[in-house]
Design a binder for this molecule. Structure first.
Ligand SMILES: Cc1cc2nc3c(=O)[nH]c(=O)nc-3n(C[C@H](O)[C@H](O)[C@H](O)COP(=O)(O)OP(=O)(O)OC[C@H]3O[C@@H](n4cnc5c(N)ncnc54)[C@H](O)[C@@H]3O)c2cc1C
Length: 267
């Protein structure tokens, strides 16, 4: 879709060449969302595809995934066999309710920053205790835990002009067992509920997504009760697709499935 109201298009090869940031500006990554519907508020797009940020590399005990890494690369990369949690990455991409064309072009950063409730990567990043490195145009950077990044539907902690630079996953967490559960009415429909569980020898982490506005990390004590009464306190989405009660029951079913699948995996 054309965006006729966009008056400025920048295509920098270095983020520091952007000297100021306007109110109705947006970063352009793969453009699969930005060009999929009208964006009447946008006046400028800053293309980030030529910054050289699509790396997948290991540095200082972290797996680092650059923000402009295309989703398809997560499926095709020659991962180490001992990184069992990579199955979660693959499941997240495979369960995207989108065509191969979108998976080829859409980026890791675009998926996370778009912050849809049905966002496929965010619950996994929370389960793996990932961090996000955020830059601003003056060259300052800071890190935030994935669990604190998304505030709600299409809402994140990013301030005007801030950009997600990279995702950092602790290497030790890549050896965790992960189970990714998703349910939508049809495979091509957006998910109604997503549950991602991850475990090592010491702990189990369970994250719910899609049925809530932003991913929520559940407390371990809560899961040990197994009656899931704590889900009564969670604010589930209510819309034309499904009631909050339906989403809550569905989420409980997926949590049970995910945890039991996780426990069945060899340690
Ligand atoms: C038909 C269709 C179905 C879809 N279904 C799903 C689904 O089920 N689950 C799901 O998770 N997603 C779904 N999506 C969304 C899809 O995953 C996104 O289009 C994609 O992830 C966005 O990536 P992109 O690189 O194309 O981002 P863009 O479209 O370029 O940008 C998306 C948003 O993120 C911002 N942004 C991009 N990169 C950064 C960055 N590094 N830092 C800060 N802000 C940034 C942009 O400014 C923009 O606001 C669907 C999309 C379509 C078109």
């Amino acid at each position: 879709m054309d965006l006729p109201n966009v008056e400025t298009y920048l295509n920098p090869d270095n983020i520091q060449t952007i000297t100021n940031w306007g109110e109705n500006w947006a970063w352009l990554a793969g453009g699969t969302w930005l060009f999929s519907e009208p964006q009447p508020h946008l006046k400028a797009l800053v293309d980030i595809q030529h910054l050289g940020w699509s790396e997948i590399e290991v540095k200082e005990n972290y797996l680092i995934i650059g923000a402009t890494c295309p989703l398809i690369k997560l499926l095709e990369y020659p991962w180490l066999a001992e990184w069992t949690a990579v199955e979660g990455l693959k499941s997240a991409v495979a369960s995207l309710a989108a065509s191969l064309k979108i998976i080829n072009v859409a980026t890791v950063g675009g998926n996370i920053c778009l912050a849809l409730s049905v966002g496929t990567l965010a619950p996994l990043m929370v389960a793996l205790d990932a961090s996000y490195e955020i830059w601003n145009i003056t060259g300052e950077s800071h890190q935030v835990a994935a669990k604190d990044f998304q505030l709600g539907f299409k809402s994140t902690i990013l301030q005007s002009g801030e950009i997600l630079r990279r995702v950092l996953i602790p290497l030790s967490n890549l050896k965790w067992k992960v189970n990714y559960q998703r349910f939508g009415i049809a495979t091509s429909d957006p998910a109604l509920a997503i549950v991602v569980s991850a475990r090592n020898h010491q702990q189990v982490r369970c994250v719910i997504g899609a049925s809530v506005a932003a991913p929520e990390l559940l407390e371990l004590d809560d899961m040990e009760t197994q009656d899931f009464a704590f889900l009564q306190k969670v604010n589930f989405i209510e819309d034309a697709k499904a009631s909050a009660i339906y989403r809550r029951e569905l989420t409980a079913v997926l949590i049970k499935r995910s945890l039991s699948a996780l426990l069945c995996q060899n340690s």
